[in-house]
Design a binder for this molecule. Structure first.
Ligand SMILES: Nc1nc2c(ncn2[C@@H]2O[C@H](COP(=O)(O)OP(=O)(O)OP(=O)(O)O)[C@@H](O)[C@H]2O)c(=O)[nH]1
Ligand SMILES: [Mg+2]
Length: 198
């Protein structure tokens, strides 16, 4: 199975000749939960970002309370790549978090095998519209609980219960800024996807 021990330094890298499977994964979550940070932390190629400055037009639309230092937002997608083993490569597509870009899910979800749902335990309520989309597009998902500095820590089962998740949905702690943590979270998702095909 996959292992985070193969994390490569970032750079221009071609796919190895031993690669047998490429898997498309969506990285989803509400506004400002850390999707772009996650893809940037983990990608072995220079990540593609589509960030625009948050302008006054978003006043009253985007809730900046949880991330007051945030100045940009994703307007189309993030893209990155992670080689998980000699034979398995993940292509990561981060979705925009703002509800007004929801129609992009239609295209982004095509061919995706599953989704990593990032949640902020302090703003769990904002995850429900995203969970609805995950369900609508039929994406099996694992949940990464992004622990922001200074926020209290929560038991994973509390998060599972609050989000009303099925008992077999993996719920794991995750620091989106940390490459190893991000890789471990993706491995949890891949193992879950694999277990569903057994
Ligand atoms: N202090 C702190 N900041 C964090 C942590 N995790 C994420 N952040 C910050 O939270 C913000 C998250 O921003 P993004 O990664 O752009 O979030 P996003 O989900 O892509 O946002 P949208 O695309 O606008 O929906 C960034 O400013 C991160 O540096 C954390 O654990 N602690
Ligand atoms: Mg983003």
């Amino acid at each position: 199975m996959a292992s985070a021990g193969v994390l490569h330094e970032r750079g221009p890298m071609h796919l190895g000749s031993s690669v047998q499977s490429t898997v498309k994964i969506l990285v989803v979550g509400h506004f400002g939960v850390g999707k772009t940070t996650f893809v940037g932390s983990i990608s072995e190629i220079e990540p593609l970002r589509t960030e625009e400055l948050i302008t006054e037009a978003s006043t009253g639309v985007d809730d900046l309370a949880g991330t007051p230092d945030k100045t940009t937002t994703t307007v189309a997608m993030d893209f990155g790549r992670l080689t998980l083993s000699e034979t398995l490569v993940l292509y990561l597509f981060g979705t925009p978090g703002q509800q007004r870009f929801q129609q992009l899910w239609e295209d982004l979800s095509i061919g995706a095998l599953g989704a990593l749902l990032l949640v902020d335990p302090e703003r769990l309520g904002e995850s429900f519209p995203v969970l609805d989309l995950v369900e609508q597009y039929g994406l099996p998902c694992a949940v990464g609980v992004n622990h922001f500095d200074g926020s209290p820590s929560y038991a994973m089962d509390e998060v599972r219960e609050a989000l009303n998740l099925p008992h077999d949905t993996p719920v794991v702690p995750c620091d989106v800024r940390d490459r190893k943590s991000a890789a471990d979270t993706l491995i949890t998702l891949v193992e879950y996807l694999h277990s569903r095909t057994d």
